[in-house]
Design a binder for this molecule. Structure first.
Ligand SMILES: *[C@@H]1O[C@H](CO)[C@@H](O)[C@H](O)[C@H]1NC(C)=O
Ligand SMILES: *[C@@H]1O[C@H](CO)[C@@H](O)[C@H](O)[C@H]1NC(C)=O
Ligand SMILES: *[C@@H]1O[C@H](CO)[C@@H](O)[C@H](O)[C@H]1NC(C)=O
Ligand SMILES: *[C@@H]1O[C@H](CO)[C@@H](O)[C@H](O)[C@H]1NC(C)=O
Ligand SMILES: *[C@@H]1O[C@H](CO)[C@@H](O)[C@H](O)[C@H]1NC(C)=O
Length: 358
């Protein structure tokens, strides 16, 4: 049965009631003991495909993961679709309501969804190799979901287009030299950006935000779009603080130390009704493997070294890596914050960042 979005809420609550009636069965917890090569063979025998829905804001954003996975495991196809986490999650709810789950793995920034999906009994309790090494705050005890890698927002400018020093604090963006030259993601379109604005305004007060508005920033959809515009020789924009940054020394980038930066464990789960469970398991084991974690910047694993020049993310100065998950779980507060900013800057304009060619 295909349900319209209008009766989705009713169906979802009916599904929850149904799941609620069943006693939650943790005895299904599977702990992986096979090697990557054994999993590879099992995934090939199953059909050689894994369908992944990944949160993000550019269609090609996970091509590096697709290439790494398909190169490492010949014959496998990573059928990845990137979309905003806030749309992927409700589309998965639709599949669950329709009892037509065709996604194998889902990796999102909407951390509040996972405990709910676990409660509904739709996630596989599965501990990939390395599960025990994942930092305790990033994983569910029953292995229904877990942080797979870390994403963080940093400060970025293009030194080729400005003589102003790269900003190292949020207050540096109020430099009059940046008037008409800032490009920022709408906080009311992305909760991880909203959390950042919430932290900044709590620290520096509304005066900081008034000063930012006086700079006449360009607001865009998606967190990759500011970097695209900074890098374009034909755009006048030179700086942003709403794009991701890796823990590496890169010219024109910094993390604030007086201000707080936003970092969180991007969280993943395998669907209990996944059509390609072996493929999904191969993917999660691969992402958590030391070979892959070591090219991902900060690791979620406690047994790997911190990136050169940085601390492990849960010990890193300037951020609280568990704060975003807690903040996300209070949806009423998130909504109040979103509309506080929306009232001042207007609703997000433009096409989906997946479709806007920026
Ligand atoms: C089983 O799962 C439930 C629901 O997540 C949890 O509250 C409980 O602690 C788990 N029990 C065991 C024995 O792991
Ligand atoms: C690939 O993913 C898309 C989008 O999730 C899905 O519609 C399609 O069925 C998947 N293809 C295969 C071969 O599983
Ligand atoms: C700045 O210019 C140099 C030399 O052309 C180039 O290698 C580098 O990628 C540019 N940096 C940015 C951020 O555009
Ligand atoms: C700017 O350059 C990019 C390629 O770097 C191009 O796609 C875009 O159309 C150009 N924009 C304008 C306004 O000329
Ligand atoms: C980090 O955030 C968590 C969750 O909000 C909170 O419980 C904890 O006290 C914070 N840690 C520090 C050092 O502020």
């Amino acid at each position: 049965m295909r349900c319209s979005i209008l009766n989705l809420a009713f169906i979802a609550s009916a599904a929850a009631t149904k799941a609620h009636r069943a006693v939650y069965d943790n005895s299904t917890l599977q702990v992986e003991t096979r090697s990557l090569d054994e999993l590879h063979q099992a995934a090939l025998a199953e059909g050689g495909v894994v369908t992944l829905w990944h949160g993000g804001d550019e269609a090609t954003q996970q091509n590096f993961l697709k290439n790494a996975f398909e190169t490492r495991f010949p014959g496998m196809t990573l059928n990845v679709t990137v979309d905003l986490s806030k749309y992927h999650d409700s589309n998965l709810d639709q599949q669950i309501a329709d009892e037509n789950v065709y996604v194998d793995s889902i990796i999102l920034q909407t951390l509040h969804d996972y405990p709910r999906w676990k409660e509904q009994g739709v996630l596989l309790n599965y501990a990939p190799a390395g599960f025990e090494a994942i930092h305790g705050d990033f994983k569910d005890d029953d292995a229904a979901y877990m942080g797979l890698f870390i994403i963080a927002w940093g400060l970025t400018s293009n030194p080729n287009k400005t003589t102003v020093a790269t900003p190292t604090e949020y207050t540096d963006f109020l430099d009059p030299a940046f008037k008409d030259k800032l490009v920022l993601t709408y906080p009311n379109d992305d909760d991880a950006v909203l959390f950042q604005f919430d932290l900044i305004v709590k620290q520096y007060g509304q005066e900081w935000f008034d000063g930012l508005l006086a700079q006449n920033p360009r607001w865009v959809r998606g967190t990759a779009t500011p970097r695209t515009l900074l890098n374009a020789a034909n755009s006048s924009y030179v700086a942003t603080f709403t794009s991701s940054k890796s823990p590496a020394a890169q010219p024109g980038t910094a993390f604030p130390t007086e201000g707080e930066f936003v970092a969180w464990p991007q969280t993943g789960a395998i669907l209990k009704d996944a059509p390609h469970p072996e493929g999904a398991k191969l993917l999660h084991n691969f992402i958590l493997s030391t070979e892959h974690q070591s090219v991902r910047g900060w690791s979620v694993r406690e047994d790997l070294p911190a990136p050169v020049g940085f601390s492990k993310i849960w010990e890193q100065e300037g951020t609280n890596v568990t704060a975003f998950g807690e903040w996300m779980s209070d949806r009423a507060n998130v909504e109040r914050m979103r509309f506080w900013f929306e009232n001042l800057i207007g609703s997000a304009q433009g096409l989906s960042p997946l479709k806007d060619n920026l």
